[in-house]
Design a protein around this ligand. Structure first.
Ligand code: IPD
Length: 290
């Protein structure tokens, strides 16, 4: 995914970013309050460990209602309620709770991820993020990015607002690498084998449990680089813009577009080093490396 350079004025990016932030914060308050009241599994999706809570659904319902009122011509793609095409060329891409397993267990690394993209978000490489917000209420952190406007981390506890950017020039051998795992056993076995081969060649691995926050961490330099196989557009859209606007790159393996097959994010030189190893390990396959 290239960092778009054209000014985003045709779509009023500051307004879209403000709307994304308002909606993400409202949904974040809903889920944080609901978490305090107790939460349980409502249903499962791709495997018995791929859970959905009532608050995932309530959060997406709220976001859909707010966006339908504010931007009736836009499409929407959400994790729980799917895709509705729009007429404006813009689609909102929404993860109502990213990091649902953390949320279920009372761990703070979960977020509401709200992005608006130009193009078709269901096809890797055919869309470009315009504005994105990843709001993590239990961490007190909000990451924001607007196309051509930059990326920020707002730390509500520290009361700081930091503009993100800058490559510390860390080589892969010293890099803290974030990743995540899918929900199906076959894929996990292959992903585990890739991590095992990678570990001796890096500083360490982090698995925080929320892809949107992993991307923001890569944009903010809280980890050096991130990769994961199996991301959906709602995991990716907002966090990808944070990385791009912080001056990083977001790509698939060997120059392919970022998406389900593989996503790498971070400073360009580090992503290139990691890409070479992941290609050699066949990391975009569910067949275990030997
Ligand atoms: C998941 C999380 C997890 C990642 C998975 C995602 P969900 O999203 O982001 O960190 O490893 O690939 O599906 O299910 O919590 O919305």
């Amino acid at each position: 995914m290239n960092r778009p350079t054209e000014p985003a004025t045709p779509f009023g990016t500051p307004d879209l970013l403000a709307l994304a932030e308002t909606v993400a914060r409202e949904a974040g308050a809903l889920v944080a309050e609901g978490r305090r009241a107790g939460v349980g599994v409502s249903t499962t999706k791709t495997s018995p460990v791929d859970v959905v809570t009532a608050l995932d659904m309530a959060s997406e319902e709220l976001i859909r209602a707010r966006l339908a009122t504010a931007r009736p011509q836009d499409g929407i793609l959400g994790e729980e309620y799917g895709h509705e095409a729009g007429a404006s060329g813009l689609t909102w891409v929404v993860d109502p709770i990213d990091g649902t397993v953390n949320f279920l267990y009372g761990l703070p690394a979960y977020a509401v991820s709200v992005a608006v993209v130009e193009g078709d978000p269901t096809v890797p490489g055919r869309w470009t993020p315009v504005a994105g917000v990843v709001h993590a209420p239990a961490l007190g952190r909000t990451y924001l990015a607007g196309r051509g406007l930059g990326a920020w981390c707002l730390d509500e506890r520290a009361g700081t607002r930091e503009r993100l950017g800058g490559d510390r020039g860390v080589p892969l051998s010293s890099a803290l690498v974030a990743t995540g795992f899918g929900y199906r056993a076959e894929r996990r076995a292959a992903q585990g084998a890739v991590v095992a081969a990678l570990l001796p060649r890096i500083r360490d691995i982090r698995r925080a449990g929320a892809a949107s926050l992993d991307l923001c961490a890569a944009g903010a330099g809280e980890v050096d680089v991130y990769y994961e196989r199996g991301l959906n557009p709602w995991d990716l859209a907002a966090g990808a813009l944070v990385v791009l606007e912080a001056g990083g790159v977001v790509t698939g393996l060997a120059g392919k577009p970022a998406g389900e097959a593989m996503t790498l994010a971070g400073p360009g030189p580090l992503v290139a080093e990691l890409d070479e190893i992941l290609v050699s390990l066949g990391a975009d396959s569910d067949t275990r490396v030997s």
